[in-house]
Design a protein around this ligand. Structure first.
Ligand SMILES: NC(=O)c1ccc[n+]([C@@H]2O[C@H](COP(=O)([O-])OP(=O)(O)OC[C@H]3O[C@@H](n4cnc5c(N)ncnc54)[C@H](OP(=O)(O)O)[C@@H]3O)[C@@H](O)[C@H]2O)c1
Length: 308
């Protein structure tokens, strides 16, 4: 592919991840943009037309500077992160390098672009809140409980203090189908286990508004197209406990819901603390972006059609 200087260039980090793959699929057919997909490993998207793939380790200052100055992106959608919350709690240095230093490297490199001021769209999480008073609005005060959440909040602050045009899209439990993803998600995991008639212990004291990956990708593209700035809460509209979520998955796919057993968070004994009640108010995204998320069951229908 030849770079066309009159087109807007969008660079997506973490393109091998769940959100990254959805973004590439939604953007690669557009004639009005040049699309650069970047991830740490080799490209795992089998469809390779409509974009340029570039290996990028955001923890390397040199690698980041090289890629950014090669493509001079107008928009950077930064999805890459170390996202396994318990692994982040255990490997804190690695988590800091990817989530904080990686974001800093991208911003520093983007700030050296003289031709224009890039629009930096950063992905963040409901976990920056302590879960004592969800659902949360954009202006609510963060109080992270885990190291992952801490690094995501630190990276938000770096974004807000940058000289770039910036937007932060916070999201919650993202689910969907993608190719060879390094980490499963609650819907695929529940389907796989329930199909094999495995009993599942699921927390009934954590509440969320889970997010279809396609809806999140759509919101990020709306932010990019509108050059929108500020913080946006992007999630599904249905508020439920994680236990209810898995029961609804089981019911939708006609599995035996009695296999889903409620358990308290304490009973799970995970390395990283989770906020009990999050969920988002998404009115700002609806009003400013025209964001229209699917209901949870509509989202399950979409996933079901992709699994077929
Ligand atoms: N998933 C959720 O439930 C959730 C909830 C709240 C917020 N978020 C946020 O939403 C964003 C996207 O999440 P996701 O679920 O799509 O994540 P994901 O599936 O775990 O993908 C993250 C991607 O980041 C890439 N990456 C990791 N280390 C890197 C490095 N050093 N350099 C470059 N790329 C690197 C990985 O690339 P390779 O595969 O090539 O190694 C991976 O594909 C993240 O910022 C996350 O914090 C997610």
């Amino acid at each position: 592919m030849i770079l066309e200087p009159y087109k807007k260039t969008i660079l997506v980090t973490g393109s091998n991840g769940l959100l990254g793959q959805k973004l590439i699929h939604l953007l690669r057919h557009r004639n009005d943009i040049t699309l650069i997909a970047c991830s740490k490993g080799e490209n795992r998207i089998s469809e390779t037309s409509g974009y340029i793939y570039e290996t990028l380790d955001i923890t390397s200052e040199d690698n980041t500077q090289m890629v950014i100055s090669k493509y001079l992106p107008h928009t950077i959608i930064h999805t890459a992160a170390m996202t396994n919350v318990d692994a982040c709690e255990i490997n804190q240095k690695e988590c800091y390098e990817v989530n904080v230093k990686g974001t800093e490297n991208l911003i520093k490199s983007a700030e050296t672009i003289k031709e224009h001021t890039p629009h930096f769209i950063h992905l963040s999480t409901d976990f920056i809140f302590d879960g004592k008073s969800g659902p949360y609005k954009e202006e609510d005060i963060p109080n992270p409980l885990s190291w992952y959440a801490n690094t995501k909040l630190q990276s938000e602050k770096i974004v807000m203090q940058s000289k770039l045009q910036w937007a932060i899209a916070r999201t919650i439990i993202v689910f969907g189908m993608a190719e060879k993803i390094s980490r499963t998600n609650i819907v695929l995991w529940a389907i796989e286990n329930l199909k094999n008639k495995k009993e599942l212990n699921i927390v009934n004291d954590q509440y969320r508004t889970p997010t279809l990956a396609e809806d999140l990708a759509d919101a990020c593209i709306r932010i990019a197209d509108k050059n929108a700035g500020g913080v946006f809460h992007i999630s599904g509209k249905d508020f439920m406990s994680i236990y209810e979520m898995v029961v609804r998955i089981s019911n939708y796919f006609n599995y035996d819901a009695t296999l889903v057993k409620p358990i308290s968070s304490e009973g799970l004994n995970q390395p990283a603390k989770r906020p009990p009640i999050t969920g988002f108010h998404i009115q700002k995204a609806i009003d400013c972006l025209g964001f229209k998320p699917h209901s949870f069951e509509e989202a399950l229908e979409l996933v079901a059609n992709q699994i077929k």
